[in-house]
Design a protein around this ligand. Structure first.
Ligand code: G6P
Length: 610
């Protein structure tokens, strides 16, 4: 949520900042701004709307500045307009900063600062920080002391990058709850909220931890805690390539990411399946292996799409490992004081590794003394670093705000976890081998499912103007119904609800008429006959049914309006295939309705506020 990029070096800063902002735009896009230090003067240029609007504003604005900071915003405090866009400054205009996160006590701080004569110009919480630093600086302290003193007064979360005329050769950075990465170059250094903003320039990074600050200059950087204790940081290498964060000829990142799934599903399993033994091996769990294998209860906690993957995980872990599983939204888990015992396991699932509620849920679980494992996509993210052990899903950077490839990779990784645990319990080697064998066919089956694109496009054309959709599924396909509905509402702004098919009779059936498209996942599995009865119930009320069916199953052809045939697989793996046409359906409907698929209104890729 929101994006930060900053640079200090000997190159023209503006193109570096603008390129970084474009790569971060998926994190926030209601306004953007830059601050550049040029010949002792700081120029601030901001604009409401997308980065392209800022670019237009910057046209003809020449600068030879070699250092600066920039921000793309997802509004929390104050409406998205030019004044509220970052960067924000203190009274004198000498202290300029960009901020991700929320300053929770900004009202109290603002009151205090106003009483001391500060005048505020924006509705943001961020402006308070600039004034606060200047307040401490007036008291005759060094600039660094003022910076640290101000941070000590702040409750809430922040990732901050700040420049100041008082020390024109430095960028001050700080992190608490909102990620910041320092990019280490030669004669130049970078700061960003996300490595994708700087990977075109350097692969050497350090990740700041909560409570740490970094002061970067052309020649190097200093890292310490806000209490002034020096910390030595390890330089890490970013492993993904630039191509992975570009569109590669696709009109949208979302479509590119949908089509990457044969590869990303393969990547999630790569090197982790041992076919002869019918088992999976997850190296990242080694330090906590005993607790993972022997957990007497498993909690899965996550948000959004990751939560839906967690629901699939619940079904498979209970079925094959015979261990009770509870899946809960992280926002609920963190506050409701769940009963967690020492011999339980908490699994946090997150694509970004930065979701504020998930991070807080993880910390709450650790506080209660239980083992916490992560299922994370972004390497080096906060959640990846704070868990006791974990598994990367290796889906590569996901830029489209609507999560697609992360879901299938999360489900694949959950299957690996299930296999690993189940084989130490009742699952036979033969059963394990059969699952492993089937898992190896998944990339090909996903590729096959992507071939439904043309059929799905036609369906999208017919239904694109509908105002409501219902998605139904049973068993393993129930979470798929939830995820399909989420995809549609996220990017097309059509109201959509997912339901367990049988539950339809307890409410949603009242909505069904000839105007109501009902998407039913009716693949051939143990619940097939039951779901056919549910389809009959919809048709009896003149509902329009789009059924995702198993290839070769023509039984439903006459009953429903459209069928989308997809390859069959074992029940626990079916969600990886069934979700594909639903992702495509949401995509095509949104495109046909003229929606901005990669940057849907009001949503952010990484939700770092609670
Ligand atoms: C946001 C994104 C969703 C994502 C959810 C959880 O709402 O728009 O696509 O599923 O956050 O994010 P995480 O990174 O924790 O998986």
């Amino acid at each position: 949520m929101c994006g930060i990029v900053g640079y200090i070096g000997n190159k023209d800063v503006l193109p570096i900042l603008m390129d970084g902002l474009k790569r971060l735009e998926y994190r926030g896009y209601d306004s953007a701004g830059v601050a550049i230090l040029d010949e002792g003067k700081i120029k601030v240029i901001k604009q409401v709307g997308k980065i392209a609007a800022l670019e237009t504003e910057l046209n003809g604005n020449s600068t030879s500045g070699k250092m600066g900071i920039a921000h793309t915003r997802w509004a929390t405090h104050g409406e998205p307009n030019q004044v509220n866009a970052h960067p924000h400054t203190d009274e004198s205009g000498n202290i300029i900063l960009v901020h991700n996160g929320i300053i929770e006590n900004y009202n109290a701080l603002k009151k205090m600062l106003v009483s001391k004569g500060h005048t505020f110009h924006t509705d943001t919480d961020t402006e308070t920080v600039a004034h606060l630093i200047s307040e401490f600086f007036q008291n005759g302290t060094s600039f660094e002391e003022a910076f640290r003193a101000a941070l000590n007064e702040i409750d809430g979360t922040y990732g901050i990058a700040m420049i100041t005329k008082h020390e024109p050769e430095k960028i001050y950075c700080a992190r608490k709850g909102s990620p910041l990465v320092i990019g280490v170059g030669e004669g130049e250094n970078f700061v960003a909220s996300d490595a994708s903003a700087i990977i075109a320039h350097t692969r050497n990074v350090i990740y700041l931890e909560d409570g740490e600050i970094a002061i970067i200059s052309r020649e190097g950087f200093v890292t310490k805690t806000i209490d002034n204790k020096t910390v030595t940081k390890r330089i890490e290498k970013i492993s993904f390539d630039l191509e992975r964060i570009e569109k590669a000829g696709y009109p949208h990142f979302m479509l590119k990411e949908i089509h990457e799934q044969p590869d990303t599903v393969a990547d999630a399993m790569r090197g982790r399946l041992i076919e002869e033994e019918g088992v999976a091996k997850l190296g990242g769990l080694t330090p906590i292996l005993h607790n993972v294998l022997r957990a007497r209860k498993i909690f899965i906690t996550a948000c959004g799409t990751s939560y839906h993957a967690g629901l699939v995980g619940e079904y498979m872990l209970e079925q094959y490992c015979r261990v009770p599983v509870e899946v809960e939204y992280a926002s609920e888990f963190r506050y409701r004081d769940p009963i967690i015992e020492d011999d339980n396991l908490v699994v946090v699932i997150t694509q970004s590794g930065e979701t504020a509620d998930t991070l807080a849920a993880l910390r709450e679980a650790k506080r209660k003394g239980t083992t916490v494992m992560g299922l994370v996509n972004v390497v080096g993210s906060s959640i990846a670093r704070e868990t006791h052990g974990g598994t990367y899903i290796h889906a590569g950077p996901e830029i489209g705000v609507a999560s697609t490839k992360a879901f299938t990779s999360q489900v694949a990784a959950l299957t690996l976890l299930t296999l690993m645990i189940a084989r130490t319990k009742a699952m036979s080697a033969e059963e394990g081998r059969s699952i492993v064998k089937e898992m190896k066919t998944l990339p090909e089956k996903v590729a096959q499912a992507l071939k439904t694109d043309e059929t799905v496009k036609k369906i999208a054309e017919e239904f694109k103007e509908k105002r409501n959709f219902l998605y139904l599924g049973r068993g393993y396909n129930y979470p798929v119904a939830l995820e399909g509905a989420l995809k549609l509402k996220e990017i097309s702004y059509i109201h959509a609800e997912g339901y367990p098919a049988a539950e339809m009779k307890h409410g949603p059936i009242a909505l069904i008429d000839e105007d109501m498209p009902v998407v039913v996942i009716a693949t051939r599995d143990s619940t097939y006959e039951k779901i056919v009865s549910n389809i009959e119930e919809v048709k009896a009320r003149k509902g329009r049914v789009i059924a995702v069916v198993s290839e070769g199953d023509d039984k439903l052809d006459k009953l429903v309006d459209y069928t989308i045939p997809i390859p069959m697989t074992r029940d626990l793996l079916q969600p990886i295939i069934s979700i594909i046409p639903l992702q495509l359906l949401a995509y095509h409907i949104a495109v046909l309705r003229g929606c901005d698929v990669d940057q849907p209104r009001n949503l952010a890729k990484s939700v770092t506020v609670e």
